[in-house]
Design a protein around this ligand. Structure first.
Ligand code: DAH
Length: 345
């Protein structure tokens, strides 16, 4: 029996030595140590041994079992290490490879883009960018802009009222008064103010109850109409191209005197006349004028000492002209097909 056990051990160790993967090792474990294996069979036959022999053979059997187990465990560990190393080698991740699914990149909204362009032009001329509240007081929106209560010009801007004294600003002009008040008589004042404005309009292709304006204001000693003209010509050239010309027509705004509307030569046809400019060669882009003495006086600037010019433009209108967008509602309906076109510009 001892010989059988020793032979078994030799045979098992030989086979273990040759085993090359964990499946083979598992098979060998079952083969030699399993319930139906030779070792179990030998141990079962121990009943036939004498009382003296039994512990001796039992000891030998245990030693053999332990020896096989030890080699099995060691071999298993070695094989497993090898297998893991191989698996890792196959699974190596090349972090420099491009992703399989590209995350769609967002694009700048055409309105944000035009605002940024206009800000760049004016900050390049030394202006700073101001902001004001969209929920505004009647005082700043109207009275400080030289439109006292019951002034007929208030009708030009149909208003959403929040309360008797609070409203959704109808234009960015109140930021003029707010800035003058904040600067307490200091000059120079040189600001632009982009922002949302609100009007009780029926929405259609060219009207929206909420749209965007950019206001401009310059106040100092000796500011003249020619400063306004030069500034706006420079702006028009940078915005629409170096060959752009401007034309100034008399107009009326309560907060400027004199007031002017400014046209630029049509950016589609260069001024020859086309559908966009309705054959005239000119396109109106903004309202402007010399700041009304009342507006200066109300915020503590003596109109005998200081003068200024102001202008206000609709950003949607400029974006529509610049990019050939034919309906103002496109800016708010967030149709990805429209927005995507701006990723290529
Ligand atoms: N606030 C005017 C509007 O919304 C636009 C405007 C005209 C602004 C003349 C000005 C200006 O600053 O001088 O229709």
């Amino acid at each position: 029996m001892r010989d059988r056990l020793e032979a078994l051990k030799v045979e098992a160790l030989r086979e273990l030595e040759a085993a090359g993967n964990s499946q083979e090792l598992l098979d060998l474990r079952v083969k030699y140590l399993g319930k139906k294996g030779p070792l179990t069979e030998i141990l079962r036959g121990m009943g036939a041994l004498s009382a003296e022999e039994r512990p001796i053979i039992g000891q030998v059997a245990n030693d053999v079992r332990q020896a096989i187990e030890q080699v099995l465990d060691a071999k298993q560990e070695e094989v497993q290490k090898q297998e893991t190393a191989e698996k890792l080698k196959g699974e190596t991740i090349d972090v420099s490879l491009p992703g399989r699914q590209s995350v769609p990149a967002g694009t700048e909204h055409p309105l944000s883009r035009v605002i940024r362009e206009i800000e760049d032009i004016f900050t390049g001329m030394g202006y700073t960018v101001e902001e004001g509240p969209e929920v505004e007081t009647d005082y700043y929106n109207f009275e400080a802009m030289n439109m006292p209560k019951n002034h007929s010009a208030r009708d030009m801007q149909d208003t959403f009222y929040v309360t008797e004294e609070l409203l959704m600003r109808t234009h960015t002009s109140p930021v003029q008064a707010r800035t003058l008040k904040r600067l307490e008589g200091h000059v120079p004042v040189k600001i632009i103010c982009p922002g949302k404005v609100y009007r009780r309009d029926e929405d259609d292709a060219t009207h929206s109850h909420q749209f965007t304006q950019i206001e401009g204001l310059v106040v100092d000693k000796g500011i003249r109409m020619s400063d306004l003209k030069g500034t706006l010509l420079q702006f028009a050239k940078e915005m629409f191209g170096p060959n752009t010309r401007i034309r100034i027509r008399p107009s009326f705004f309560p907060f400027t005197e004199p007031s002017a509307e400014v046209d630029v030569s049509c950016m589609m046809c260069g001024g020859v006349g086309c559908r966009t400019c309705k054959g005239s060669g000119w396109i109106e882009i903004l309202g402007s004028g010399m700041v009304h003495p009342n507006v200066l006086r109300m915020q503590g600037y003596d109109p005998e000492v200081y003068s200024g010019f102001a202008f206000g433009m609709g950003v949607e209108r400029i974006a529509m002209l610049k990019y050939g967008i034919d309906d103002i509602r496109h800016f708010y309906t967030n149709d990805m097909r429209l927005l995507k076109q701006f990723s290529k510009l």
